[in-house]
Write a protein that binds this ligand. Structure first.
Ligand code: UTP
Length: 347
């Protein structure tokens, strides 16, 4: 790239500091979580209420201002789909009574959820409550372990998540990718650098035997979370944040084989679409961009993408890569993060 990498690195590191949540936001999130806990434990005294997602894995960004809460009910209460749906409806009613607003219960979604907003007096944090979402709790811990291994992962995720929000390509309900998908893409990049920055916690070379061993339904969940044993794993790689941001966009703009490849952090590498049986469209699942979930391996995080949004994403990766490749001088980070305006700067 033409851009001055040392300069870009300074700019990106400064940006990372500004996209971290403010103390006020953290306080509002804590207040919302305490209020949700109280409502849910009033209905189900034996329940556990746990945070997952970015607030629990160290990757939250400012102004995203929402929390993901998992209600873990004792065995027998909401084991099946109708049980989860009923629990979601009961939780929605109780949260409404407690002053939460903008309630939206989606009891029949793939992952049943109540969406709501904490009372303004508590800071108005957006809250998603799901029930017995054990895979999400476990993948949050896996991501948190990766985050603890090398500071460059959180930095890269902050930059990419911020970029994706500014460029309007971070909405799985509108055909683009979830933040979780972007985090998996970042982990995969760091696992496949040479030398690697991150190990493969699910059984890769140099990684001790699994310390977490369980299963959720048919999905085995095994990985090593012994951060101390893996300290310094990526230290032979001296790439900076700017190098990695460039590598990310270069890969997704020009190197990834969209028609044939699936990325897998479980393997720290690639699978073919044929190996995954993701070569044809089944219902709404088109598999235009293959990202394997680390535990629920039948889940393609790219399934939300259709032909039109695949084109939009490709253009955005090329725009970002192109900016870094073609422009020198200061202002590289600001150019990258310029908000998307239809017809103006959409490449
Ligand atoms: P998000 O995509 O909302 O990630 O998924 P985030 O990092 O919290 O996003 P921001 O900061 O609000 O933008 C939240 C969690 O939901 C689970 C994962 O545990 C993820 O950390 N999840 C999400 C899945 O398990 N599968 C999915 O397909 C999406």
């Amino acid at each position: 790239p033409k851009c001055d990498m040392a300069f870009l690195n300074e700019e990106l590191l400064a940006l990372v500091e500004t996209v971290r949540p403010t103390p006020g936001e953290v306080e509002a999130r804590d207040a919302a979580l305490a209020a949700v806990k109280k409502v849910l434990v009033d209905i189900w005294p034996a329940a556990m209420v746990e945070l997952f997602g970015s607030c629990a894995n160290g990757l939250s960004v400012a102004a995203a201002n929402d929390i993901d809460v998992c209600l873990v009910l004792p065995p027998g209460v909401a084991d099946d789909t109708p049980g989860k749906a009923a629990a979601v409806e009961a939780a929605a009613a109780a949260l409404g009574e407690a002053g939460f607003t903008d309630l939206l219960a989606l009891p029949r979604a793939r992952v049943p959820v109540v969406k709501c907003v904490a009372p303004a007096s508590l800071g108005g944090t957006k809250v998603d409550v799901t029930v017995n979402n054990m895979l999400a709790l476990l993948n949050t811990r896996l991501l948190a372990t990766y985050v603890a291994l090398d500071p460059r992962l959180a930095q890269l995720c902050h930059v990419i998540k911020h970029w994706a929000k500014r460029r309007s390509v971070n909405d799985p309900y509108r055909g683009t990718l979830s933040s979780y998908a972007y985090v998996l893409m970042c982990i995969h990049l760091l696992q496949t650098r040479s030398p690697p920055i991150l190990p493969v916690l699910q059984g890769g070379p140099g990684v001790p035997t699994p310390t977490v061993k369980t299963a959720v339904g048919v999905w085995p969940v095994e990985y090593c979370d012994d951060v101390a044993a893996l300290e310094g794993y990526g230290s032979a790689n001296t790439e900076t944040l700017a190098d990695l941001v460039w590598a990310f966009f270069e890969y997704w703009a020009w190197r990834h084989d969209y028609s044939g490849s699936v990325i897998s952090i479980r393997l720290g590498g690639w699978l073919t679409k044929a190996q995954k049986d993701w070569t044809r469209r089944v219902g709404n699942e088109r598999h235009l961009l293959g990202i394997e979930d680390p535990f629920e391996v039948a889940h393609d995080l790219g399934r939300t993408i259709d032909r039109a949004t695949a084109g939009v994403l490709q253009k955005e990766f090329e725009r970002a890569g192109g900016l870094l490749r073609e422009h020198g001088g200061p202002g590289g980070a600001a150019r990258l993060m310029e908000p998307y305006r239809a017809g103006k700067n959409d490449g």
